[in-house]
Design a protein around this ligand. Structure first.
Ligand code: KIV
Ligand code: NA
Length: 278
């Protein structure tokens, strides 16, 4: 397979081929997502919730994002890999924003960035795109604004709200965004916005009418002890339970002397050591 490109995303929208994005945060998950055939990977600032154990995305730093982006781009070469610009790293001067975006791209080696917001960040998006940085927009529920919104709730439910979302989407498209995430918006609104744009919409909790989907790695695999079931998520496998079960058995076998056994032991055999650390 050849690396996925932005022109392909536009083509996929035109031809009605759904686009599959998934988040990833480290080397093994990126490798597995690539092998499984995702079109794009987002190093989401959901990193804060599912990997770092914070209760929102606000504490995530630019250095956190860069650190994890480096790992992901070492693991995945085919999917289009983009990184979330974290809280307050793209709201100062254009100079400061460009410096931050530059660090993410140069050090993380991703192919683009995602930013939360609509018309109010259009000038910022435009500056990035003019500099050659692909930008994915993100409207609807924008978790970095959770304290302003007052919770994680469905957006654009009334007609002024839906109108505002459409205006934001059009502003992002005009600014040069290559795609837009629609998070937690009603199916009707997402479908309406999707039909009005030439760039793909990537839905999360946005129903069946988007050009593509994105979900959080840990959500679809139930990876973690406190992953909560969500209406818009489907759990495809339960690695949380497999991991717990595997670790339990390991601890049990160590405690009862069943592990390690003869076959796991070295007996002055340097060849075996060389093989292991090869
Ligand atoms: O941080 C994240 O994972 C995201 C996606 C779920 C859209 O922003
Ligand atoms: Na995010």
């Amino acid at each position: 397979r050849k690396p996925v490109t932005i022109p392909q995303f536009k083509k996929m929208k035109k031809e009605g081929t759904p686009i599959a994005f998934l988040t990833a945060y480290d080397y093994p998950s990126a490798q597995l997502a690539e092998e499984a055939g995702v079109d794009g990977i987002l190093i989401g600032d959901s990193l804060g919730n599912v990997v770092l154990g914070y209760d929102s995305t606000l504490p995530v730093t630019l250095d956190d994002m860069i650190h994890h982006t480096k790992a992901v781009t070492r693991g995945a070469k085919i999917p289009f890999v983009i990184t979330d610009m974290p809280f307050l790293t793209y709201h100062g001067s254009i100079d400061e924003t460009m410096r931050n975006v530059g660090r993410v791209m140069r050090e993380g080696l991703c192919k683009g960035v995602k930013m939360e917001g609509g018309a109010e960040i259009a000038a910022t998006v435009e500056a990035c795109v003019r500099a050659g940085v692909p930008v994915m927009g993100h409207i609807g529920l924008t978790p970095q604004a959770v304290h302003q919104i007052g919770g994680y709730r469905i957006q654009g439910k009334d007609s002024p709200g839906a109108q505002k979302l459409l205006e934001d989407a059009l502003a992002l498209e005009k600014a040069g965004a290559f795609a837009i995430v629609l998070e937690l918006v009603t199916e009707e609104v997402a479908r309406m916005i999707t039909s009005r744009l030439s760039i793909p919409t990537i839905g999360i909790g946005a129903g069946t009418g988007c050009d593509g989907q994105i979900l959080v790695f840990h959500d679809i695999l139930n990876y973690g002890a406190d992953i909560r079931p969500k209406k818009f998520v489907k759990t495809y496998t339960d690695i949380g339970s497999s991991i717990r079960q595997g670790i339990r058995q390991y601890v049990d076998e160590v405690k009862t002397g069943q592990f390690p056994r003869e076959e796991h032991s070295f007996k002055g055999n340097n060849e075996a050591v060389a093989y292991l650390y090869g």
